[in-house]
Design a protein around this ligand. Structure first.
Ligand SMILES: Nc1ncnc2c1ncn2[C@@H]1O[C@H](COP(=O)(O)OP(=O)(O)OP(=O)(O)O)[C@@H](O)[C@H]1O
Ligand SMILES: [Mg+2]
Length: 224
C-alpha cells in the first residue's frame, strides 16, 4: 500500500523579473507502507523543498499528493495542521528541541498538543524514552546531552505519536561519524519494527543504510 503518492508535482519560486525558478520538475514518487527510502541529492537540488512539501509545510505549485489517504493538494490550512501533527514525525539536522524543556517535557509536548491527558502522554513517552536508551536522561535539558543523544530525543519525539511516516532531513548532518552510525542503526531498527521512513541526504554513504534510494538532481527524481 502506498502511504505517499506524489504525481506530477511542480514547485516554482518567483525570481527577479518575469523569470520563475522551476525548483521541482514533474516529481512522481511512491513510498510504500513500511518502506525506508533515501532521497539523495547535491546542495540546491530541491531536497528541502521536496521535504517541506512531503511534510505538508509548504504548498506545491501544482500536482497531486496523497498522504495516508488524505488529499494534500486540496486540503485546507486547518486540516494540514492536524495532518502534520498526526501523520508526520519530523527529524531535523539540528534536532530542534526546546532548550528550556527537559527530555520528558520535549517528548510529551506533541501528545499534549493532540489532546492526550498528561498521564497517558507521560506513560507513552517514558516507554519510548526507554526503548531509545535514554532512561537515565529523562530530566536532562538538551544542552546537558551530546549531539547523538539530542538526536535520539528528537527521534523519540517524532516517534511517540505513532506517525504514518518519519521524515528526516540530514539526520546525521550535525553528528560525528559514530553518533551518526548510531542514529542510522536506530532508523534500521525502527524500520524493522514497521515504521515508514523517508530520509533526505546529500551523502551517498548515509543513503546506503536505507532500503531504497532515489536521486534528485536539479529538481528531477531518478530511480536508481
Ligand atoms: N523560498 C525560496 N525562494 C526562492 N528560491 C528558493 C527558496 N527556497 C529554495 N529556493 C531555491 O530552490 C532551489 C532548491 O533549494 P533547496 O533548499 O530545496 O535545496 P537542497 O537540495 O535542500 O539544498 P541543501 O543540500 O543545500 O540544503 C535552490 O536553487 C534554492 O536557491
Ligand atoms: Mg536542504
Amino acid at each position: 500500500m502506498a502511504i505517499i503518492e506524489l504525481k506530477n508535482i511542480n514547485k516554482y519560486y518567483d525570481a527577479a523579473g518575469d523569470e520563475k525558478l522551476h525548483v521541482l520538475k514533474d516529481i512522481n514518487l511512491e513510498v510504500q507502507k513500511g518502506e525506508y527510502l533515501a532521497i539523495l541529492g547535491p546542495s540546491g537540488s530541491g531536497k528541502s523543498t521536496l521535504m517541506n512539501i512531503i511534510g505538508c509545510m509548504d504548498h506545491m505549485s501544482d500536482g497531486y499528493y496523497c498522504l495516508d489517504g488524505e488529499l494534500i493538494h486540496e486540503a485546507k490550512e486547518k486540516d494540514l495542521v492536524r495532518i502534520r501533527n498526526e501523520k508526520i514525525g519530523f527529524i531535523f539536522q539540528k534536532y530542534h528541541l526546546i532548550p528550556t524543556y527537559n527530555v520528558l517535557q520535549n517528548i510529551v509536548m506533541p501528545l499534549l498538543m493532540r489532546g492526550m491527558t498528561l498521564n497517558e502522554a507521560r506513560e507513552r513517552s517514558v516507554d519510548t524514552i526507554d526503548m531509545l536508551g535514554l532512561g537515565q536522561r529523562i530530566t536532562h535539558k538538551p544542552n546537558e546531552l551530546s549531539g547523538g543523544q539530542q538526536q535520539r530525543v528528537a527521534i523519540a519525539r517524532a516517534l511517540v505519536g505513532e506517525p504514518a511516516i518519519l521524515l528526516a532531513d540530514e539526520p546525521t548532518g550535525a553528528l560525528d561519524r559514530n553518533s551518526g552510525l548510531e542514529v542510522l542503526k536506530l532508523f534500521k531498527r525502527l524500520n524493522d519494527m514497521g515504521n515508514t521512513i523517508v530520509m533526505i541526504t546529500h551523502d551517498a554513504d548515509v543513503a546506503t543504510h536505507a532500503q531504497r534510494t532515489v536521486k534528485i538532481v536539479d529538481g528531477e527524481i531518478f530511480e536508481l
